[in-house]
Design a protein around this ligand. Structure first.
Ligand code: GTP
Ligand code: MG
Length: 201
């Protein structure tokens, strides 16, 4: 899919104030520093549409970006960042939860997972929570440039084993690297196909 335009629309800490139109949207969620904002920049061919940082906790609001004037990408704060204060963490958690409960335009979420690590309880618990609440999601493994292909395959196998204990089948997944533009076309094609079911082009 060709990205003709990508523009920042609004930042919010309250789902009730998010854009009211009902065009399809796709949200990125995952641990702080996993690469959510970088992935948005990679997909849209923009260097700094979404703000990124080497320090976790950069994105602190619900950020809407409109793509090709027809659909939204949504950058969310990360979960599991130890160094934000407990109160800040609670606030994030509350509005992220509210976002997923109330945002009916959400076609699917992408749960980002750093491919370098073995399956982590925090990500597994989050996916279980999504499942329990019937929120559709796919998995996006990030930072694939940091591992050799063999290690990538090994880590995916570890995830499959552990996820199949909970899920009947492995959720859709993508292997990506924002620094090397890996997985870009696959993700955009996936979104395009979903968009087709929602809007006329
Ligand atoms: P928060 O907003 O803090 O929740 O983080 P985030 O998930 O949005 O992560 P962000 O995109 O800000 O990236 C965090 C760090 O990881 C930055 O230093 C990025 O340059 C780096 N990074 C992101 N994606 C990749 C990738 O695919 N490969 C490599 N090597 N580094 C990446
Ligand atoms: Mg971010």
């Amino acid at each position: 899919m060709k990205i003709k335009s990508a523009e920042f629309v609004i930042s919010n800490s309250d789902v009730a104030k998010c854009p009211k139109n009902t065009i399809p949207e796709y949200a990125f969620i995952g641990r702080s520093n996993v690469g959510k904002s970088s992935l948005i920049n990679m997909l849209t061919n923009r260097k700094s549409l979404a703000k990124t940082s080497g320090r976790p906790g950069k994105t602190q609001l619900i950020n809407h970006f409109i793509i090709n004037k027809k659909w939204y990408l949504v950058d969310l704060p990360g979960y599991g960042y130890a160094r934000v204060s407990k109160t800040a963490k609670k606030t994030f958690q509350k509005f992220i939860t509210q976002y997923f409960f109330h945002r009916e335009q959400l076609v699917t979420a992408f749960v980002l997972i750093d491919i370098r690590h073995k399956p982590q309880p925090i990500d597994l618990d989050f996916m279980i929570w999504m499942g329990e609440n019937d929120i559709p999601f796919s998995i996006v493994f990030t930072k694939a440039d940091k591992l050799k292909p063999k290690a990538i395959t090994g880590h995916i196998e570890d995830y499959k084993t552990i996820l199949l204990e909970t899920w009947e089948e492995m959720p859709n997944y993508f292997i990506t690297s924002s620094s090397k533009s890996i997985g870009k076309e696959e993700l955009l094609q996936y979104i395009k196909n979903l968009n087709k079911t929602m809007i006329s082009d």
